[in-house]
Design a protein. Structure first.
Length: 544
C-alpha cells in the first residue's frame, strides 16, 4: 500500500497494521493529519518496547500481561511482535500456553477485540459470504478450532478463539509468517459446557453441540468455501475432540493443504527429540526399541511417525511396528485384548501379559520410554533405575502435561539414572544441578515444528502436506541442536533461538516440498536467503 492509499486521521491510529502510535514521525503526522492527536515528541520503536516492559512489570499476573499484550496487538501489531520477539522465552508462555488456557476460560468476559472470524453453524449455506467479510484477501493460513477440547480444559465454546489467535501469533513471532496472511477461525456448533450455556454474557450459540451428519456437512462446507475464497490457504485444525480430529484430517489431507498440529506436530517434535537423542546414544532409530506408557491419541500419532521414520531407514512396515510397544491402563497391548481400537491393534504384539510397567520393561528391554499416560509419577524410581541398568544412556520422555501430570520430573530422571538419562518433557522444567553437573532439560514443544512448517508452505505455495514432511521437520530441528546443548542434556534448541531455528528448518522442509513437486512456485537459487527475505520482521515501514 502506498501513502496515498493509507487511511488518515484517527482512522490510521485505529488501524493496527499501519498504526505506529507515538512512533509516527513529524512528517508522517503532518501528511496523515494526525498532528495533535498524539503527544508532540515522537518515540522510536525501541523506546516503545521499553515503555511496554515497564507496563508489563507493573502487572501482577500473566493473565493481566496477556490482556495488555492483546490490547497492544489490536492497536499496534508491529509493537506487539517487537515486544514478543525481543524475548520469546519470556513471552511465549504469556501469549500461548499456559496463560492462553486462562484466557480461553475468561474470553467472554475479558477479551473484547474481534481479531478473528466466527463461523456459527446457524450460518450454514453462507460460510462463503462470511469468509468474504474478512478484510484481507490473500489469506494463506487459517488456524481453526471448534472449541471442544481446549488444551486440557475441555469445552470452552467460543472462548476457544484464544487458541487460533495465540497459535497464529506464534506463526509470525517464531516462524516469520506475515501476520496479514493469517486468519484465526472459531467454528461455533454450540457448547456442552453448562456454565457457558447459563452465562448471560456468553456470546456463542446457546445450544448443545451439533453432532453427526450436520456437523460433518458444515466442516465440508467450510473446507470447500476456503478453497474458493482463499485458494492458496493452508488449514490447521486445532483442539478438536479426538472423535472429530482424526476423521477430518484423513478426509482432507490428500485433497487440500492441511494438517493437525495436535496429532502431527506432536509426533514430529517428539521424533525431533529422538533424532537429537541419537547423537548421545549413538546408532540409528532402528537400533532402538520404544515402549509407550499410555496408548491414547498422543501415543498413536507419535508411534505412527516413528514407524514411518523406521521404514525410511530401511525396515519393512512389519519390522518397524515390532520396534514399538505400548502399555496402557489395562496393561501391555497384545493381540488377545478385546478392548483395543483399530489404531492400537497395529501396536499389539504377541507377549504374555506383563503384571506391571516395570515387568514390561524387564521383558522387552526398551531403549526409550515415552510417557503419554496423563498420570503423574508412573516413571518412578524403580522404572528409571531399571532403564538405567539396561541402557548406558536410557531415553526417558515424560510427555504428559501439565507439569503436575508429568510421569517424572527432570531431577528424578537424572538423579535416579546417575545423570545418564537422555531426557525431554512435555512441560518445562527449570535447569538443575546434581553432583556438580548442570542440566538444562529441553521441552518437547510443538512450537519447534508448526511455525517452520508454515513458513515453508508460505515460501513454496505448497499444495499438500504428506506425512514425510514431518520427518524432515523433525530432522531439521534435531540438526540444530548444538554440542553445547547436548552437554547440558538439552535435546532441543533453546527457545530464545526459535526464529532462526524455524527459518533454517523451513528451508529444509521447503527443499523437500520442491523435491516432491508440491510447490506452486519455482525453486529459488538460495532457499534460506529467500525465506529470510520473506520472513516478517517487526519494524515500522516508512510511510513517506
Ligand atoms: P488420552 O486420554 O487419549 O490417552 C491416555 C492413555 O493413557 C490411555 O491409553 C490410557 O489407557 C493410558 N493410561 C491412563 N492411566 C494409565 C495408567 N495408570 N497406566 C498406564 N497407562 C495409563 O490422552 P492423549 O491425548 O494421548 O494425551 C496424553 C498426554 O500426552 C496428555 O497429558 C497430554 O498433555 C500429553 N501430550 C503431550 C504433548 C507434547 O509433549 N508435545 C502433545 C500431546 C499430548
Amino acid at each position: 500500500m502506498n501513502s496515498y492509499q493509507l487511511p488518515t486521521g484517527s482512522t490510521l491510529l485505529h488501524n493496527p497494521r499501519y498504526n505506529k502510535g507515538t512512533a509516527f514521525t513529524e512528517e508522517e503526522r503532518r501528511l496523515f493529519h494526525i498532528e495533535g492527536l498524539l503527544p508532540p515528541v515522537p518515540l522510536d520503536l525501541q523506546r516503545q518496547i521499553a515503555r511496554t516492559f515497564i507496563q508489563l512489570d507493573d502487572l501482577a499476573t500473566d493473565f493481566q500481561r496477556y490482556r495488555l499484550l492483546n490490547e497492544i496487538r489490536a492497536r499496534n501489531e508491529t509493537l506487539f511482535y517487537a515486544v514478543v520477539m525481543s524475548d520469546p522465552e519470556r513471552f511465549l508462555p504469556i501469549i500461548y500456553t499456559p496463560t492462553v488456557g486462562e484466557a480461553c476460560q475468561k474470553f467472554n468476559h475479558f477479551i473484547g477485540s474481534p481479531m478473528g472470524l466466527y463461523l456459527p453453524i446457524s450460518a450454514k449455506g453462507r460460510v462463503r459470504d462470511l469468509l468474504s467479510n474478512w478484510p484481507e484477501k490473500d489469506v494463506r493460513f487459517i488456524v481453526v478450532t471448534d472449541g471442544e477440547r481446549i488444551l486440557g480444559l475441555g469445552d470452552q465454546g467460543t472462548g476457544g478463539m484464544g487458541i487460533p489467535l495465540g497459535k497464529l501469533a506464534l506463526y509470525t513471532a517464531c516462524g516469520g509468517v506475515p501476520p496479514q496472511t493469517t486468519l484465526p477461525i472459531l467454528i461455533d456448533v454450540g457448547t456442552n459446557n453448562l456454565e457457558l450455556l447459563h452465562d448471560p454474557l456468553y456470546t456463542g450459540l446457546k445450544q448443545p453441540r451439533v453432532r453427526g451428519q450436520e456437523y460433518d456437512d458444515f466442516i465440508d462446507e467450510f473446507v470447500q468455501a476456503v478453497q474458493e475464497i482463499f485458494p492458496l490457504c493452508c488449514i490447521q485444525w486445532e483442539d478438536f475432540a479426538n472423535m472429530h480430529a482424526e476423521p477430518i484430517l484423513r478426509r482432507w489431507q490428500h485433497r487440500v493443504c492441511t494438517f493437525n498440529d495436535d496429532m502431527q506436530g506432536t509426533a514430529a517434535v517428539t521424533l525431533a527429540g529422538l533424532y537429537a537423542a541419537l547423537r548421545i546414544t549413538g546408532g540409528s532409530l532402528k537400533d532402538h526399541k520404544f515402549l509407550f506408557l499410555g496408548a491414547g491419541s498422543a501415543a498413536a500419532g507419535i508411534a505412527e511417525l516413528i514407524t514411518l521414520a523406521l521404514q525410511e531407514e530401511g525396515l519393512s512396515a512389519e519390522d518397524a511396528l515390532q520396534k514399538v510397544w505400548m502399555y496402557d491402563a489395562s496393561g501391555l497391548l497384545t493381540p488377545e485384548r478385546k478392548d483395543l481400537a483399530p489404531f492400537q491393534r497395529r501396536f499389539a504384539h504377541p507377549h504374555h501379559p506383563a503384571q506391571s510397567f516395570l515387568e514390561a520393561i524387564q521383558d522387552l528391554q526398551p531403549t526409550a520410554i515415552i510417557g503419554v499416560s496423563t498420570v503423574p509419577k508412573l516413571f518412578n524410581q524403580d522404572v528409571i533405575r531399571l532403564m538405567a541398568r539396561i541402557n548406558k544412556r536410557p531415553i526417558i520422555f515424560p510427555l504428559s502435561n501439565p507439569t503436575s501430570r508429568s510421569e517424572c520430573s527432570a531431577e528424578e530422571a537424572y538423579r535416579w539414572s546417575d545423570g545418564r538419562a537422555v531426557f525431554a518433557s512435555g512441560s518445562p522444567f527449570a535447569p538443575i544441578e546434581i553432583d556438580c553437573q548442570r542440566f538444562a532439560p529441553g521441552q518437547s514443544n510443538n512450537v519447534y515444528i508448526f511455525p517452520a512448517l508454515a513458513m515453508a508452505i508460505y515460501a513454496t505455495g505448497c499444495r499438500l502436506i504428506p506425512e514425510e514432511l514431518f520427518i524432515t521437520a523433525a530432522k531439521a530441528v534435531a540438526n540444530q541442536v548444538t554440542q553445547e546443548d547436548l552437554d547440558l542434556g538439552r535435546i532441543y534448541p533453546p527457545i530464545k533461538k526459535i526464529y532462526d531455528v524455524s527459518l533454517q528448518a523451513a528451508a529444509a522442509i521447503a527443499e523437500h516440498i520442491f523435491r516432491l513437486g508440491l510447490a506452486r512456485t519455482a525453486p529459488p537459487d538460495d532457499l534460506l536467503a529467500t525465506i529470510q527475505s520473506l520472513a516478517y520482521k517487526p519494524c515500522y515501514p516508512s510511510l513517506m
